[in-house]
Ligand binder design. Structure first.
Ligand code: NAP
Length: 360
C-alpha cells in the first residue's frame, strides 16, 4: 500500500497545501527525505507567489496532482549538506527555483539547459528523482540536489530577491537567447505583473527603451515613476495602440490569460520578435499574416538553466534589481490568491515563511 505523505519519508514537514481545484490552501503535514550525499537541506525564509502557483492550485492546465504545496521562489538557509556537496556549506544563504531535478546526462543537461531536459522535475506538482512527490516552498524546509540550489548573492535582499528565482530568470533567459539586449532598442512588456515588472527593470538595465502594454490604466504612474518604464500603453485604447504600430523591436508577453496576439504583432517593426511567456489555460490564436508580411517571429521560453539562473541573480545584484513586493503571512495566502487572480498585486506577493508558518 502506498505510504501517506506524512510517513513516506523519515523527516516530518509542515506546509500549506491545496487539496482540490477550489484552490483553497490550508495547513498540511507531510514529510521530507533524509539529506542525501548530494543534497542540501534548506530552512525556508521567504517564498514568492507566482501566477503558476495559482494556475496549479486551480488545476487550470488539467494536470494538478493534489495535495499541492506550491512555491518555487524560495530563499533560505542551508542547514545540512551531504558529503559530496562542494558548492555550499551550512549557514549559506541559498535559493531554489522552479526545477529541482533532471537526468543530468542528456544533451540539454550537458548544455546547462536542465530546464529543457525530458526528465526535468518541477519543484512541486511533480515526481522527484526518488519516485516520490515534490512539495514546494510554502513549507518550512526543502531538500534539494546541490545542482538545483543557487548561491544567493550578498547584496540581494532575501524577501524582495526571492521572486527573481522564477520571475527573474523567466524574463532574463529569453532576452539573452533571442538577442533582445541591444542598447537603445525598443522593448514592449505586455502584462505588468510579477514577470512583467521584473522585465521592465532588466530591460532598463540592458539599456533598452521600455514600453509597458497593460490592461490596467491605473498602473501607468507606477510603471513610469517607480519601475522606470519610458512609456505606457493601455491595450484597450485603440488610439494609443495605433500610434505605437511598427515601433517596437521586441515584445515580452507575460499575460496570464487568453488574449489577442494580433495587436501585439502590429506593434513590432519588421523583423520584430515576440516572446510569449504566459501560460493561459487555453491556446492563443496565432495570426499568420502579420508574421509573414513583416518577417516577424514568435517564440517561447521556459524559465532557465541553473548556470544562467546564477548569472541572472548576480546580474540583478550588480544592478540593484529586486522585485517590488507585498510581504504576507502564511495565513493571508488565500486572500492573496484572490487578489492575484484580479491582477491586484504590486507586484509580487512574498510569504514571510520563517516568521508566520507554524504547525497548529
Ligand atoms: P501575474 O503577476 O498575475 O501577471 C500577469 C499579468 O497579466 C497581470 O498583472 C495583468 O497585467 C495581465 N493580465 C492578467 N489577466 C489579463 C487579461 N484577462 N487580459 C489582459 N491582461 C491580463 O502573473 P506572473 O506571475 O507574472 O505570470 C504570468 C504568466 O506567466 C502566468 O501564466 C504564469 O503561469 C506564466 N509563467 C511562465 C513561466 C515560463 O517559464 N514561461 C514562468 C513563470 C510564470 P496588466 O494589469 O498590466 O494588464
Amino acid at each position: 500500500m502506498a505510504k501517506s505523505p506524512e510517513t513516506e519519508h523519515p523527516n516530518k514537514a509542515f506546509g500549506w497545501a491545496a487539496r482540490d481545484k477550489s484552490g483553497v490552501l490550508s495547513p498540511f503535514h507531510f514529510s521530507r527525505r533524509d539529506n542525501g550525499e548530494n543534497d542540501v537541506t534548506v530552512k525556508i525564509l521567504y517564498c514568492g507567489v507566482c501566477h503558476t502557483d495559482l494556475h496549479t492550485i486551480k488545476n487550470d492546465w488539467g494536470y494538478s496532482y493534489y495535495p499541492v504545496v506550491p512555491g518555487h521562489e524560495i530563499v533560505g538557509i542551508a542547514t545540512k549538506v551531504g558529503k559530496n556537496v562542494t558548492k555550499f556549506k551550512e549557514g549559506d544563504r541559498v535559493g531554489v527555483g522552479v526545477i529541482t531535478g533532471s537526468c543530468q546526462s542528456c544533451e540539454s543537461c550537458d548544455q546547462d539547459l536542465e530546464n529543457y531536459c525530458p526528465q526535468m522535475s518541477f519543484t512541486y506538482n511533480a515526481i522527484g528523482s526518488d519516485g516520490t512527490k515534490n512539495y514546494g516552498g510554502y513549507s518550512e524546509t526543502i531538500v534539494v540536489d546541490q545542482r538545483f540550489v543557487l548561491r544567493f548573492p550578498e547584496g540581494l535582499p532575501s524577501d524582495s530577491g526571492a521572486p527573481l528565482l522564477c520571475a527573474g530568470i523567466t524574463v532574463y533567459s529569453p532576452m539573452k537567447y533571442y538577442g533582445m539586449t541591444e542598447p537603445g532598442k525598443h522593448l514592449g512588456v505586455a502584462g505588468l505583473g510579477g514577470l512583467g515588472h521584473v522585465a521592465v527593470k532588466i530591460g532598463k538595465a540592458f539599456g533598452l527603451k521600455v514600453t509597458v502594454i497593460s490592461s490596467s490604466p491605473d498602473k501607468e504612474d507606477e510603471a513610469i515613476n517607480r519601475l522606470g518604464a519610458d512609456s505606457f500603453l493601455v491595450s484597450s485604447d485603440p488610439r494609443k495602440m495605433k500610434v505605437a504600430i511598427n515601433t517596437m523591436d521586441y515584445i515580452i508577453d507575460t499575460v496570464s490569460a487568453v488574449h489577442a496576439l494580433y495587436p501585439l504583432l502590429g506593434l513590432l517593426k519588421v523583423n520584430g520578435k515576440l516572446v510569449t511567456l504566459g501560460l493561459p489555460e487555453k491556446p492563443l490564436e496565432l495570426p499568420i499574416f502579420p508574421l509573414v508580411l513583416g518577417r516577424k517571429m514568435v517564440g517561447g521560453s521556459d524559465v532557465g538553466g541553473m548556470k544562467e539562473t546564477q548569472e541572472m541573480l548576480d546580474f540583478c545584484a550588480n544592478h540593484n534589481i529586486t522585485s517590488d513586493i507585498e510581504l504576507i503571512k502564511m495565513d493571508e495566502i488565500n486572500t492573496a490568491m484572490e487578489r492575484l487572480a484580479k491582477s491586484d498585486v504590486r507586484y509580487r506577493f512574498v510569504i514571510d515563511v520563517a516568521n508566520s508558518l507554524s504547525p497548529p
